[in-house]
Design a protein around this ligand. Structure first.
Ligand SMILES: O=C(O)CCC(=O)c1ccccc1C(=O)O
Ligand SMILES: [Mg+2]
Length: 378
């Protein structure tokens, strides 16, 4: 692929409004934007989905930068690859650090598709030309404020409303949404591992609300208790935090720990692994959807591309740029093509251009690594 240089840029981008989940409150992204250049001047883009703190998974923006600089970029720059599918194998001896791996692997995928003149969606084997999308809503200070947010997003046509829950903010907000907007609103709850089996009663109470699913109710590293819980619930369990690889997915399916899987490209280490999980789930009649991590337009574009695969049958978290950003770093911005629908771009690679002047506004650090330097960085 003639990869010659990798550039890392750390960006800090404030949200329009802060977002609370059971794992904490967030008011900005702090991310690593990765650009991979080939000898012809083509550029491929990827972004890290880590947070500045290790409360979603063990990675942070600092660890992502470190792993990229110290191990992943040198590994890539000392190899000769012909396809992005090789990156997964190249990085396999390095354990975990999936978000760091995915940021670089995603940039290689984008570059590869640009070299071939095909869209990332087509490169991944996607068939859909549009995707239905949903939106994720944080824990609001009051139920009235939550209802106002839900109403706004329903009016924009979002096809799935996901609300964050935690002990003490679960039954009442869900009941209030059902009461106000009726039984037909496609609704789900995401607990981000805030419950244990000691709270089985609360989780069982959620069954009455006909939720599409309940996402990651139990521990981030569990598939055993989730299997026990799924037997007690009518509502499908969806795993997010517990699935890091196609092997994790295989075991969870075998145990009956979930009936749905949320695929986050960063969490599973990249697009190649995402595709493998998609294919495995398809073979087992497990629907998947694409989870969000407050991505900029770059990560959003990767999410749109992977969601064009056919077993992404449930609307994901990939909302429009204006859900979180006053100003995104791509053009055109990611915008709804029809209510609750995004068009899958047809241009080469991710199908969006970077806006250098916007990147500059949010930039706090930048480093470049080229092939010659990579060898001596040890
Ligand atoms: O990008 C989005 O809109 C989804 C945000 C979201 O739900 C989320 C945000 C931060 C950490 C975890 C999660 C999650 O899906 O569990
Ligand atoms: Mg989740």
């Amino acid at each position: 692929m003639n990869i010659e240089r990798v550039e890392l840029q750390r960006l800090i981008m404030p949200f329009k409004a802060s977002f609370e989940a059971s794992i904490g409150r967030m008011d900005k992204r702090d991310l690593v934007l990765v650009t991979v250049y080939d000898t012809d001047g083509n550029a491929g883009y990827g972004e890290s989905t880590s947070f500045p703190f290790p409360m979603y998974n063990e990675e942070t923006t600092d660890t992502v930068w470190y792993m990229l600089e110290r191990f992943l970029i040198p590994t890539l720059l000392s190899a000769e690859i012909t396809s992005p599918e090789e990156v997964n194998d190249l990085f396999a001896p390095i354990r975990r650090n999936n978000m760091a791996k995915a940021a670089l692997e995603g940039a290689v995928w984008d570059l590869y598709c640009k070299q071939k003149g095909i869209s990332l969606a087509v490169g991944l084997g996607g068939k859909k030309t549009t995707i239905d999308v949903g939106v994720s809503i944080g824990i609001e200070p009051t139920i009235d404020l939550l209802l106002a947010k839900v109403e706004g997003f329903i009016n924009e046509g979002y096809k799935k409303i996901k609300v964050k829950i935690k002990p003490g903010f679960d039954i009442e907000p869900i009941r209030a949404i059902r009461k106000q907007f009726g039984p037909d609103v496609p609704l789900m709850a995401d607990a981000n591992s805030a419950y244990t089996m000691d709270q089985l009663n609360i989780l069982k109470e959620l069954d009455q609300f006909n939720l599409i699913m309940i996402e990651q109710p139990l521990s981030h590293d569990d598939i055993i208790d989730h299997a026990k819980l799924q037997k007690e619930l009518q509502t499908p369990i969806c795993l997010d935090e517990s699935i890091h690889s196609v092997e994790d997915a295989r075991k969870a399916i075998e145990l009956g720990s979930c009936r749905i899987i949320n695929i986050k490209v960063g969490r599973v280490g990249g697009l190649t692994e995402s595709k493998k999980i998609h294919d495995l789930c398809q073979a087992h009649d497990i629907p998947v959807w694409c989870g969000g991590m407050f991505e900029t337009g770059v990560g959003r574009a990767h999410n749109i591309a992977i969601t064009s695969l056919t077993n992404f049958t449930i609307p994901g978290d990939t909302s429009a740029s204006n859900r979180y950003w006053v100003e995104d770093i791509v053009e055109p911005e990611v915008a709804l093509f029809a209510p609750g629908v995004l068009a899958v771009p047809t241009g080469a690679g991710i199908g969006y251009d970077l806006k250098p002047e916007s990147v500059k506004k949010f930039l706090v650090r930048q480093e470049s690594y080229n092939r010659q330097i990579a060898g001596v960085r040890e």
